[in-house]
Structures are given as C-alpha cells and as structure tokens.
Design a protein around this ligand. Sequence first.
Ligand code: PEP
Length: 247
Amino acid sequence: MKYFIGNWKMFGIPKSIEILNKINSFYSKDKNRNKYKVIFTPPYTLIESYSKYFKKKKINIGSQNCYQKDQFSSNTAAISSYMLRSVGAKYTLVGHSDNRSEGDTDSILKNKVYFALKNNLKVVFCVGENKTHKKNKKTFSVLKKQLTKVLERKFNKNNIIIAYEPIWSIGTGKIPSSQELTRTSSFIKKTLKNIFRSKSPPVLYGGSVDGNSVKLFKKINEIDGFLIGGASKSTKKFIDIIRNYYR
Ligand code: PEP
C-alpha cells in the first residue's frame, strides 16, 4: 500500500473542501485506487466538518499535530488526540519540523506518539536532517537519534508511518538525488527493524514533491508514499502527483 498525504499547514476555510471533493472524485474513478490511500491533514478548525463529510467517502482526515497529554488538561489552546479522535480524525502528524523548531523535543514527541496511539490515531512520525547536518555528514546519526529516542518496541508499529522530510527540502524546490534517497530510506528502514524487531513500518518521503519531482521517486522501492505540503492545496497539482507516479 502506498500513501499520498496532503498537509495543508495554515491553509483552508470551510469552502476549501471543494479542493478535496474533486480529489475524492478522481480517486473514486482511478483504476489504480486499490494501490494507495489518500489522507489530508487540514487545520484543527476543519477536522470535524471534513471528517463528517468524508466519513463514507475515500479521503481520510487527520490532524497536523496533537498535544502531549491524554484526554483533558489545563493547557490553554492545547488539543489532545482524544479530542481529535472524538471529532473523527483517524491520523495525526507528529514531529513535523515546523513543530520541532517551535520546541517539540524528543521526550515531548514520545508522549505525543504514546497518547495518539492510545487514543486510536495512526501516527505519521516526521523525521529529517537540516542543511548543516547534511553538510557535516550527520544525516544518519541525526535520523537514528530522532527515531530511537521516540519510538519504542512496545508501540504498535502497525499504526505508525514514518515520513522522512529533509528540512532543506521542505518548500524549497530542492530534492535529494535518487541515490541519496535510496540510501537514506534503507537506513531508516534498517533502524526501524531494529527498534521493532520486525518488518519496518512504511516510510514516506516529503519535501518539494510535485508532479515533476515524483517521477524521480517512483523508481525507489523503499519509498512507500509521500507527504505533500505546497502541492496539496491545489486539486490539479495533487492529482498530477498521483497520475505521474502510476504512469
Ligand atoms: C511539508 O511541509 O511537510 C512539506 C513536505 O512541504 P512541501 O511539499 O511544500 O515541501
């Protein structure tokens, strides 16, 4: 199974559902539809209405983040996985570089993953090195730390997906070479096999994926799908990615 996940970030109002509705129509008729899942993470404000609307349709709705505590707490503006699940979210991103840069540490992220799984959300756990790590050849050690400090063998790996997003590639138009990406995704899978002592969960790639760059990635067997930022805000751009991937 492959995954195409659209991360809207701070984008979207109720009527933006039209973008997803058209993608849902495309998916419903696509001859390749049994090979992949489509998931969107709109902002918190739209999760309940979009989840209801797509409940019996094809698109799955998730959250972009969740708070590191169970159920309810006294943290102003915080939203827990329990609350997200109660309004229909099925997935949550955890550890997006935007949130890591705003203070999410490994120990906070561990709690986020733990409580998300406890509350029956599937977790899309994001990892990735920055430009300096890459320049200093620290990519593998950074990735290993990000994975091993947060994920534990006792976590249900069937509800975990990893998104490898090199920070230098997010929103920049810069992408890793296919050789680089093959090596890095193999390393991530090897690390995950060690953590879970069994087959690796799916590993997605994220960073400047569009209808053009996806052509380079489709030959890389280790990659199980994509986390898509910018191009997920346009019906045409998102569909182009799926079309070109299976072309
Ligand atoms: C992202 O923010 O997760 C992302 C991959 O963004 P973009 O596709 O715009 O690089």
